[in-house]
Design a protein around this ligand. Structure first.
Ligand code: SAH
Ligand code: SF4
Ligand code: F3S
Length: 441
């Protein structure tokens, strides 16, 4: 019996697919790569932008023929798209051949859903919002990201940025108990994982719901940093309004935490930030960046930007371009604003036309690529610590790795080095990617 999971969206989904794969493997399913070979195909979906949903719909549609040829094939859909109100009905109307639909709150029930489907031959639909966090966290996991392991520290989001669907499909913030996170990380380090990535929609509000002053994000980082293993630690995502000076100080004095921060700004215009309900100003954001740079001189930043939010003027947009230049991001994830059903921004006047959005996106990307190239060039000639993560998919005899500032680097070497820390001298750079050679200590 074979399974295939198609994952869309963010790291949260990537990790949840590892949990869903864990359930399938416990049921004696083995992974396969071709749809034709699969006995069960699961779509773990994303709803963040309309384009994401369109892509997923197209892929589900392609399975109609396969299902006709193989009546026993089970097609299941889960994740953020199916969690939206009325979506299961819509999905079944569009694709009557789908067998199982469940949401983001009940992934731990996947086995029950499959058994139910097999026993009754009826459609199984369950998107009820019951949060059984303990059950979810003890799920088996089929980890697939090499030397890195993902660890959830919290679920959900309370922020309701006016453009965003996530709070509606992921529910309110729930933090995992601190001891649970620490013991999961320690177990992973014992198993030999070299990089740990903590996951949450807003990791800086970790612990707010736990009512225990010892359970803050800074305290969690300090505790994890004190673990006596050879490893690197990183996390995502930080909300600029919540990241504290204590967190930045903790990174500065830590041994294991990346000198890298993904701190999504979304816009450089205070007026637009207000309409987005981000609850910080351009100046307050830049102040936090300045503080981090003063404490951690070699820190690198990345960010998410939305262009074309309702009412965004050329002037607002230019504020974004100038902020991006001022911060100097090593990497930028840029998006065209997409209207999401049920959000506050959906109802705002002043929607920006698509041509203007596309044109702004292009200009932003152009100015960023110049900046990112300059940032990467600064590494040339330096010797950096690198965690070897993989073999290079294209360059024969080459390996891939990451620096402590989260830059991708490639260099010649033997695959036995994967999972080890090495020193690499940077020889050249292309856009954001570095090339170098291993130096012996
Ligand atoms: N919790 C994280 C990630 C949210 S989703 C955070 O707060 O940063 C990842 C990114 O998608 C967001 O940062 C935002 O830039 C983008 N995004 C969210 N909703 C969007 C929408 N309706 N249209 C376009 N981009 C969107
Ligand atoms: Fe969405 Fe804002 Fe929550 Fe991030 S913080 S998930 S952008 S509502
Ligand atoms: Fe998408 Fe859900 Fe992540 S909407 S970005 S998969 S939290």
């Amino acid at each position: 019996m074979k399974y295939l999971i198609k994952t869309y969206g963010c790291q949260m989904n990537v990790h949840e697919s590892e949990k869903l794969a864990g359930i399938l493997e416990d049921m004696k399913y083995t992974p396969c790569e071709k749809e034709e070979e699969a006995d069960i195909i699961l779509f773990n979906t994303c709803a963040i932008r309309e384009s994401a949903e369109q892509k997923i719909y197209a892929h589900i549609g392609e399975l109609k023929k396969l299902k006709k040829e193989n009546k026993n094939l089970i097609i299941a859909i889960c994740g953020c798209m199916s969690q939206q109100k009325n979506y299961p009905e819509n999905i079944l109307k569009k694709f009557p051949f789908v067998d199982i639909i469940f949401g983001t709150h009940n992934i731990a029930e996947f086995k029950t859903f499959i058994e139910k489907r097999k026993a009754t031959k009826k459609k199984v639909v369950d998107i009820t919002e019951v949060e059984n966090i303990i059950k979810r966290d003890t799920m088996p996991k089929k980890r697939t990201s090499g030397v890195n392991a993902w660890v959830n520290i919290m679920y959900g989001c309370n922020n309701f940025c006016t453009y965003c669907i996530v709070p509606y499909v992921r529910g309110r913030e729930i933090s995992r108990p601190l001891e649970d996170v620490v013991s999961e990380v320690e177990e992973l380090l014992k198993q030999g994982y070299k990089q740990i990535t903590l996951l949450g929609q807003n990791v800086n509000s970790y612990g707010n719901d736990l009512n225990d002053e010892n359970c803050t994000f800074a305290k969690l980082l300090q505790k994890l940093d004190s673990l006596n293993y050879d490893f690197w630690l990183t996390f995502m995502t930080s909300h600029p309004k919540d990241i504290s000076t204590e967190v930045i100080d903790t990174i500065a004095s830590s041994k294991h935490i990346f000198h890298y921060l993904h701190l999504p700004v979304q816009s450089g215009s205070t007026q637009i930030l207000k309409l987005m309900n981000r609850r910080y100003t351009r100046e307050a954001y830049l102040e936090k960046i300045k503080y981090a740079k003063s404490k951690i001189p070699d820190i690198e930043f990345s960010s998410d930007i939305i262009v074309g939010f309702p009412t965004e003027t050329e002037e607002d947009f230019l504020d974004t371009v100038s902020l991006v230049q001022e911060v100097g991001y090593a990497q930028l994830f840029t998006f065209i604003y997409s209207k999401r059903r049920g959000t506050v921004a959906e109802k705002l006047d002043g929607q920006v036309d698509l041509a203007t959005k596309k044109e702004r996106l292009r200009r932003l990307i152009d100015s960023q690529s110049k900046k990112a190239t300059e940032i990467a060039e600064k590494y040339i000639g330096k010797t950096v610590d690198v965690l070897v993560t993989d073999i290079h998919p294209k360059k024969k005899g080459f390996l891939l790795g990451s620096t402590f500032t989260n830059k991708n680097i490639n260099f010649a070497g033997d695959s036995s080095l994967i999972g080890q820390f090495v020193k690499v001298k940077v020889l050249s750079s292309k856009l954001t990617v570095l090339t170098g050679e291993i130096v012996k200590e």
